[in-house]
Design a protein around this ligand. Structure first.
Ligand SMILES: Cc1cc2nc3c(=O)[nH]c(=O)nc-3n(C[C@H](O)[C@H](O)[C@H](O)COP(=O)(O)O)c2cc1C
Length: 403
């Protein structure tokens, strides 16, 4: 059985030192690393320390006869299951996006037929520069994967996007990307066998009269994908869903609801469970009264619509006497995403919060960029399909409570 191997390309950025911890984290789960260090990278870390941690020869020169005799740059580019550029400097992204091949790193990136995961790290102005953003789009369009950068303090004293993701997050992304290759123990899916997981999904519909209602754009795709991912890991899943145009996953205990009050009732009835995940976009308000007959259109007056607050399902379950041991909320926000998610985590007594930016076309779209916020950590996950985001969350749950 062949082992998993990652080719790390270590660029010349201040965060290069974090690649050393990444090598160790990958080694712990049985993933071998071959490393290329760029000339600029050598200014930040030594090939000696990289070699000592990876336990392998480190490659630095394109025109090294011994390197070529031992392993040519083409072979180097093909020998790994995944290439990880860490840190991905503005320069390496630019070279890659534009097809430059004037050193070992860029030649390898041009020659490879393998997936490439870029882990950008740079000053916020460099990151926001239109040239870097264009290179980012070019690389993404070609199928490159990205993790980070995240917002935070930088070595240069500035604050903003450009800070490299932490090695643990990068390692998780690598493992997730390589998952499915079951001969590495740590890559075998953790099991959720015997665990009962309650998931809400979709919008709620709050009737105004028998033919009209208040609702929102939630498609239910993320909640349904999560139900499927948990079932795939062996969980017993109850899926409480508002009206959506999706087929419930096979094997889920499916409960269809319309209103927020129905949804809360169905969730309470499903308790006790091991995990509660509130993915549904529950309407905050409902009409105070619901007409039993269709309200007639009249030329004289527009009917008034008085709203009252709906029950807070997440908060109610998180304070319930049968509170599940793990309560996970979703915080869909269009701005100030992290502070809102952190405040919501506390206010609603949750254990984890998944923050996601819904300012684009996330609601109804096929991709999601999640940030996992817990009481003691923040993990920025890569932009990925809702199915892959669901797999990553299900795996994180399995690691936390799994068997
Ligand atoms: C002290 C110092 C820190 C640097 N940090 C970064 C960085 O974090 N990200 C980046 O993109 N470039 C950074 N640079 C610039 C790169 O080192 C430079 O663009 C270099 O050509 C990159 O080479 P490489 O992409 O082949 O590794 C830094 C330069 C210096 C002198």
């Amino acid at each position: 059985m062949s082992e998993k191997r990652v080719l790390l390309i270590i660029g010349g950025g201040v965060a290069a030192y974090k690649s050393l911890l990444l090598i160790r984290l990958l080694a712990k789960v049985g993933i071998k690393t071959t490393c290329i260090v760029t000339k600029a990278g050598e200014e930040f870390i030594t090939p000696l320390s990289v070699g000592a941690l990876s336990g392998e020869r480190v490659f630095t020169d394109l025109f090294s006869l011994s390197d070529e005799a031992e392993m040519g740059h083409i072979e180097l580019s093909r020998s790994a299951d995944l290439i990880v550029v860490v840190p991905a400097t503005a320069d390496l992204m630019a070279k890659s996006a534009n097809g430059f091949a004037n050193d070992l790193a860029s030649t390898t990136l041009l020659a490879t037929d393998k997936r490439v995961l870029y882990v950008p790290s740079m000053n916020v102005r460099m990151w926001e520069h239109p040239a870097t953003q264009k290179n980012l789009q070019t690389l993404k369009q070609r199928g490159a994967l990205f993790v980070g950068p995240v917002e935070g303090d930088m070595a240069c004293g500035e604050f903003g996007f450009g800070r490299m993701s932490e090695p643990e997050t990068i390692a998780d992304t690598v493992i997730n990307t390589l998952a499915g290759d079951t001969h590495i123990d740590a890559l075998k899916p953790q099991s959720l066998k015997g665990k009962h997981i309650l998931i809400t999904a979709g919008p709620t519909r709050e009737p105004i009269d028998p033919v009209r209602y208040l609702s929102n754009n939630s498609s239910g795709k993320q909640g349904y994908a999560l139900a499927q991912a948990c079932i795939d890991l062996g969980a017993n899943v109850s899926l409480v869903s508002g009206p959506v145009a999706l087929t419930p996953p096979k094997g889920a205990h499916f409960i269809a609801v319309q209103t927020a009050r129905d949804m809360l009732g169905a969730c309470e009835a499903a308790l006790p469970v091991d995990v509660f995940i509130a993915v549904a976009a529950v309407a905050d308000w409902r009409p105070k009264t619901t007409g039993s007959k269709k309200i007639k259109k009249s030329k004289q007056a527009i009917p008034p619509l008085t709203l009252v607050e709906n029950p807070d399902i997440l908060k109610t379950i998180a304070h319930h006497k049968k509170r599940p041991p793990l309560v996970i909320g979703f915080a869909a926000e269009t701005h100030n995403i992290l502070p809102y998610a952190q405040a919501k985590l506390k206010r609603k007594n949750c254990d984890w919060m998944i923050a996601n930016d819904v300012s684009g076309d996330v609601m109804g779209g096929d991709e999601n960029t999640m940030i996992l916020v817990t009481k003691d950590k923040i993990e920025h996950w890569t932009t990925q399909t809702k199915q892959n985001a669901a797999k990553q969350l299900a795996t994180a749950i399995a690691k936390h409570i799994g068997t």
